[in-house]
Ligand binder design. Structure first.
Ligand code: PMT
Length: 220
């Protein structure tokens, strides 16, 4: 077979959830397991790429040949990813990064007093957008957009707003596609307007099809 267009390229993949501290013993997070991002990192390494996997807190083993950088919060994930931006050919944001974090995490443990308490949240930095807006010509930016069915317009907006080369619209149905499960349903939208609807696949197969689509956009 022809050598992969990813062979010899450097790829940065984000994966998993982030945890945003409320106090010393509590956090805000989401149900991302990291499976989708880890499958992409594993397949890119298999295709001969140098792969940096920037991961939130997950319980998965590091795929063979992949360099792993662990982070807990969105701010830490950005700090771990930023030094890798300049020298990569491709950035794939598969992480479910929390959009907001508690403004002032409390040291120790918050005690309960009143019947209600308020938690003030502030926006987190957008890792994919920071890469995309500062990248050099030839560097590709790929994102995911998790939406319930019918959310393809939101996905298309992410493609244009973040100036991405490709976005994987990830249908969230709570059973076979999205967070935690081993399977996924992706629709790939690329910068040229091409739309590829993938069937229900294992996350490993979905990673292969995603990288096939990305290879077509990579400068040889
Ligand atoms: O980990 P799994 O259990 O296997 O589940 C996989 C997944 C559902 C988490 C994954 O396939 C997925 O869809 N990830 C993106 C989740 C999402 O809804 O992202 P978003 O719409 O908040 O963000 C859009 C894009 O910007 C994503 O590429 C995201 O990584 C990136 N982003 C978002 C916010 C932020 N602060 N920084 C980012 O880099």
């Amino acid at each position: 077979p022809e050598p992969s267009a990813l062979s010899g390229k450097t790829v940065v993949v984000t994966a998993g959830p982030t945890r945003e501290k409320i106090d010393g013993v509590r956090y805000l997070s989401n149900y991302s397991s990291g499976k989708m991002g880890f499958a992409i990192a594993a397949e890119a390494a298999r295709r001969g790429a140098t792969v940096h996997l920037v991961s939130g807190p997950v319980t998965l083993p590091t795929p063979p040949g992949v360099q792993r950088h662990d982070a807990e919060s969105a701010v830490e994930m950005l700090e771990a990813a930023r030094p890798l931006f300049a020298d990569c050919d491709l950035f794939i944001g598969a992480a479910a990064v929390a959009d907001y974090r508690p403004e002032t995490p409390v040291e120790g443990k918050i005690k309960k007093h009143d019947a209600e308490m308020e938690l003030r949240l502030v926006r987190n930095p957008d890792i994919l957008a920071e890469f995309s807006t500062n990248r050099k010509p030839g560097q590709l930016a790929v994102g995911f957009a998790l939406e319930t069915a019918g959310g393809i317009d939101y996905a298309r907006r992410k493609l244009t707003d973040k100036k991405l080369d490709l976005v994987a619209f990830n249908i969230y149905d709570g059973t076979t596609s999205g967070f935690e499960v081993d399977t996924n349903v992706l629709t790939l939208l690329d910068r040229d307007g091409a739309i590829t609807e993938l069937p229900l696949l294992s996350k490993e197969e979905a990673a292969e099809r995603l990288l096939d689509a990305i290879e077509l956009l990579l400068p040889r």
